[in-house]
Design a protein around this ligand. Structure first.
Ligand code: SF4
Length: 250
């Protein structure tokens, strides 16, 4: 993929569903493509590049062919902003947006959105994260537990990403998706890792749901045990279901 063009699967306005800024209205730019295949993935349509980008505005939805150039994306974001209520930030999400980090850097460096940039990432590419950090205000970082993703462990990459975001002075928080299968050892490891880098960084345990339904795949007693376990190592561990799943919105 050339760095001046990107695969974008969706552009829309919604409530942020996770982390410190849950409940704030944001404009989401969802990039297509992700190298991971988490068992619980709730955006399966964005795992591979999509033929079209869906733009969901007040006037309904429309589609345009991929890939989009920087100027195309700027026009679509600006148009959606003019139709929207006041917005808190631009949420750059995926898929894994850092899969197209060259494009991301080219777009963000132009600083045309007029809003803070919130980057949602799986935290597996520290060098790519460092390359876009100059233009990112908020980093929403996932820690992936192999016991529930089915993927290999990526603790070193997560650690390097968190360290880079903290060193850059960014507003950062960590989310650890959890279900009944999540290993207690991994919960403790994630909590220790965040606390060792910066105990002021909140750690969110995100109860997982069925991939395409709001049904939780974890019970409250397990969540209570996990929160207590993580809290042995980290002073600020919170449990927060995904708001967009509760509301049944994007
Ligand atoms: S990192 Fe996110 S988009 Fe990629 S497979 Fe996992 S849940 Fe899905």
């Amino acid at each position: 993929m050339r760095s001046d063009r990107a695969n974008v699967s969706e552009i829309f306005v919604s409530f942020q569903g996770e982390g410190v800024h849950a409940g704030r209205r944001q404009l989401f730019v969802r990039f297509g493509g992700c190298p991971l295949r988490c068992r619980y993935c709730d955006t399966p349509e964005s795992l591979t590049p999509t033929a079209v980008c869906r733009i969901l505005g007040a006037d309904g939805g429309r589609e345009r062919p991929n890939p989009l150039g920087v100027a195309d994306l700027e026009r679509e974001v600006a148009a959606l902003r003019t139709q929207s209520p006041p917005l808190h930030a631009i949420a750059v999400t995926g898929g894994e947006p850092l899969q197209q980090s060259d494009f991301l850097a080219a777009w963000l460096a132009r600083d045309t959105t007029g809003l803070p940039i919130l980057l949602e990432t799986a935290g597996i590419w520290p060098e790519r994260l460092a390359a876009v950090l100059p233009w990112v205000a908020i980093v929403s970082l996932d820690f992936k537990c192999p016991s529930n993703t089915g993927e290999r462990a990526r603790w070193d990459e997560h650690e390097a990403c968190l360290a880079a975001a903290v060193a850059a002075g960014r507003d950062v928080y960590v989310k650890m998706p959890v279900d009944e299968e999540t290993s207690p050892d991994e919960i403790e490891r994630g909590a220790r890792l965040v606390a060792a880098i910066d105990p002021r960084v909140p750690l969110f345990l995100t109860p997982l749901t069925e991939p395409l339904a709001p049904t939780l795949t974890i019970g409250v007693p397990t969540l209570e045990r996990q929160q207590a376990l993580a809290s042995r190592h980290h002073p600020d561990v919170r449990v927060l279901p995904q708001l967009h799943k509760v509301l049944g919105i994007l």
